[in-house]
Write a protein that binds this ligand. Structure first.
Ligand SMILES: NC(=O)c1ccc[n+]([C@@H]2O[C@H](COP(=O)([O-])OP(=O)(O)OC[C@H]3O[C@@H](n4cnc5c(N)ncnc54)[C@H](OP(=O)(O)O)[C@@H]3O)[C@@H](O)[C@H]2O)c1
Length: 191
């Protein structure tokens, strides 16, 4: 069992909180009004838009030290809908890791639409959360929280794979926005 702090009470914050609560983990779900509430979780999930992350990191700064920090963002350029706003050879997760040298940053959840976390399925397949990061223990901890909660988790490699996860997330959003797939659907993983 773990204690998790989730910053952001929107679609993903609520979906992740509900999933993790199922496994007997304890969850703090923090909105804007909780800006003065300390981060007590061993794991902190940044369930906010990419554009809000830098301010949150700056505001809470040292509170992230020693924690597993989970970046779930899809840093899509929503003006053009034609690219990501991070460098092609980088990722939002890499930027967050650089800003938080005393934290263990992992990328996860960005390829699973909120509904598929809540239902545990993508079509006829189980929902799989892909996790990328450089710290094996951090990935194992998050994977164990997820599997305890009834979801599947898969180690997608080092934090450099966050770039591919963000590309995959962007493609999935593009397909849904173009009504080629439903927002309740998306990519599934068959082992
Ligand atoms: N929705 C999905 O299916 C999905 C799937 C994969 C990844 N993601 C990623 O998940 C993240 C959240 O998406 P979402 O769909 O949950 O968005 P959302 O429903 O719009 O929720 C975003 C939440 O972030 C909060 N927020 C914004 N700035 C904040 C700040 N400075 N401090 C505290 N809270 C702040 C918002 O609060 P206010 O309401 O007060 O503005 C809102 O509760 C994004 O990075 C997105 O790319 C989403």
């Amino acid at each position: 069992m773990a204690h998790v702090s989730i910053i952001g009470t929107g679609n993903m914050g609520q979906a992740i909180a509900a999933v993790l609560g199922k496994g007997g983990n304890t969850v703090d779900l923090l909105g804007r009004a909780d800006a003065d509430t300390p981060l007590t979780g061993d794991v902190v999930v940044l369930a906010v838009p990419y554009g809000a992350v830098a301010d949150i990191l700056a505001e809470r700064a040292a509170q992230f030290a020693g924690k597993v920090v989970v970046d779930i963002s899809n840093p899509v350029d929503f003006d053009t809908f034609d690219s990501l706003v991070v460098p092609a050879d980088g990722s939002a997760a890499a930027e967050i890791a650089a800003a938080l040298p005393q934290s263990r940053v992992v990328k996860a959840f960005n390829t699973t639409f909120a509904t598929t976390l809540s239902t545990g399925t993508v079509g006829a397949n189980p929902t799989t959360v892909l996790i990328a990061g450089d710290d094996t223990d951090a990935k194992t901890l998050l994977a164990s929280i997820l599997t305890t909660a009834g979801l599947r988790a898969l180690d997608a490699g080092s934090l450099r794979r966050a770039r591919e996860l963000e590309a995959l997330g962007f493609l999935q959003i593009s397909l849904a926005a173009g009504e080629k797939i439903a927002w309740t659907g998306g990519f599934a993983v068959v082992a």
